[in-house]
Design a protein around this ligand. Structure first.
Ligand code: ZN
Length: 255
């Protein structure tokens, strides 16, 4: 009898997953270029649909002032859909959150920085990458997966055609930093890339992580086509799952 009781206890413990498993707070801006607003609307729908069954919570805000210690403390991941921290208090709160082991998922313009940004920590966080140029108009692109053994890219084809997007090239390439792991890159087959604005060549990582933080950046995020490709959608979901799974407090997917 005692053995049966212990056995039942073990079974019930191992099956006692907590739902929701994690909480995401996504920031977006309604007053930016229309292609970035279109993407935000699609992204919010895409991620909200993934919460079916309350596997996780996906909260959204269009108020960047919500980037403060008190508001973000209960979230395992901050997502920047089409914006980035602006004011010193927002930047300070974000920096502190990341240094304390928080998670970040940035799309497209979330990593944008240039000489006017004046936020050295952020440039370092991104692997030194500063916006250099983009293709125009937005176009589909052949991507190369740099490492098909990484949890984010495992099982993907080594190349695929990503849907229409505006692609950014960074200078210097974040690949030059030892603490940066590049996961996907614009294929050289695309060059010269663009019809109006041309990326003539060079190294153009489009997805990477800084190994010193729990973060991932994806360059996708311009216009209404981003979620139209199953391979890319899988990549996006895997990226989200991976940042959550690497929480130092434990992997919420293990139960
Ligand atoms: Zn754009």
């Amino acid at each position: 009898m005692k053995t049966v009781f212990i056995l039942l206890l073990v079974i019930s413990t191992s099956a006692s997953a907590q739902f929701p498993r994690f909480k995401v707070l996504a920031f977006y801006n309604k007053h930016v270029e229309s292609a970035h607003v279109e993407f935000a609307n699609d992204a919010i729908k895409f991620f909200k649909d993934l919460t079916v069954g309350r596997g996780f919570v996906f909260d959204t805000t269009s108020n960047m002032a919500d980037l403060n210690d008190d508001k973000i403390k209960d979230y395992q991941l901050l997502m920047m859909i089409n914006d980035f921290p602006h004011s010193p208090p927002q930047r300070e709160a974000f920096e502190k959150y990341m240094k304390n082991g928080g998670g970040w998922f940035g799309f497209h313009v979330a990593a944008y920085n240039d000489r006017t940004t004046k936020w050295p920590w952020f440039v370092d966080f991104l692997g030194g990458a500063v916006f250099n140029r983009n293709n125009w108009p937005p176009m589909p692109a052949k991507l190369v997966i740099d490492d098909t053994t990484h949890p984010v890219t495992k099982g993907l084809p080594t190349t695929f055609i990503a849907p229409i997007n505006e692609w950014y090239q960074w200078k210097p390439s974040p690949r030059e930093r030892k603490n940066i792991k590049v996961l996907a890159t614009l294929s050289y087959d695309n060059y010269p890339f663009g019809l109006k604005d041309i990326i003539p060549g060079g190294d153009t990582p489009v997805m990477w992580t800084n190994l010193d933080y729990r973060m991932i950046y994806l360059n996708m995020g311009h216009g209404p086509h981003i979620f139209t490709d199953a391979t890319q959608n899988r990549l996006i979901i895997s990226a989200l799952r991976w940042v959550i799974a690497t929480d130092k407090k434990g992997n919420v997917f293990e139960h």
